[in-house]
Design a protein around this ligand. Sequence first.
Ligand code: GUN
Length: 297
Amino acid sequence: MQNIIDGKAFATELKEKVAAYVKTLKLDHDITPGLAVVIVGDDPASHVYVRSKGKQTIEVGMKSVEHRLEVDTTEKHLLELIKSLNSDNTIHGILVQLPLPDHLNEDLIINSINPSKDVDGFHISNVGLLATGQKAMVPCTPLGCLKLLLNYYDGNLSGLTAVVVGRSNIVGKPMAQLLLSKSCTVTIAHSRTKNLKDVTAQADIVVAAVGRPGMISGDWIKKGATVIDVGINRVQSEDGKSKIVGDVDFLSVSEVAGALTPVPGGVGPMTISCLLANTAIACARINGLGDPDKLAY
Ligand code: GUN
């Protein structure tokens, strides 16, 4: 194994760039970017993510607002909250933590966010803009994966074959669009793909986003390929404690891959740094300032 891709270090660098940009926004324009995070219900893992997002938002000098709503919150109430955040001039990014409780229509809620403030990039307008190669808000996890790949390949992914395993709207589909926009030859594989192992074994780049602990093992990977592990799976370890593992079987894949992201410390930290970058970008665009150079991909 040649290279472990240090997502944590790269995410720290990106966060520092965001903090520097936030400083110039304040000094030159008297603007402080604001991010509102909305969480409905009491899923413990979601609350951990939301706390971390709030903490890091403050660390880069932005305003952080959290709305914690009861699990039985009505759709009407949530839509009214989003409407008020849409028209709040101190808020430039709105994130509704998913999944939402079953009685809430996720599409309806997401599509009620002002697309300019949709720092998750899940609004149908942003999905369409990304798919057609126009300026969009780009979903944070695939954006983080792309940034790691561009860094590893010195900015040039042209002509590489990439297999994305997973077809979610949050990761798989936007990841495929981003790789396509960088001129990769892209395959989206999923749980129904026949001979999945043979498909991944052809690829120069494999992005694993299936949510199945350790599913992708070394014999699925071409020698020297780059493997990006998006999985965050909580499993029981031998000593009875729980630990977080990816979708990739790290040991066997590390013997064949040319480069691999670890879990934890790979894609995870990049997701939050990209959320901060997206909030800074949204703030700049809303204020007619143009995109901050150093945060573009
Ligand atoms: N739940 C899991 N990942 C995400 C994400 O990237 N954004 C939101 N809003 N919810 C999530």
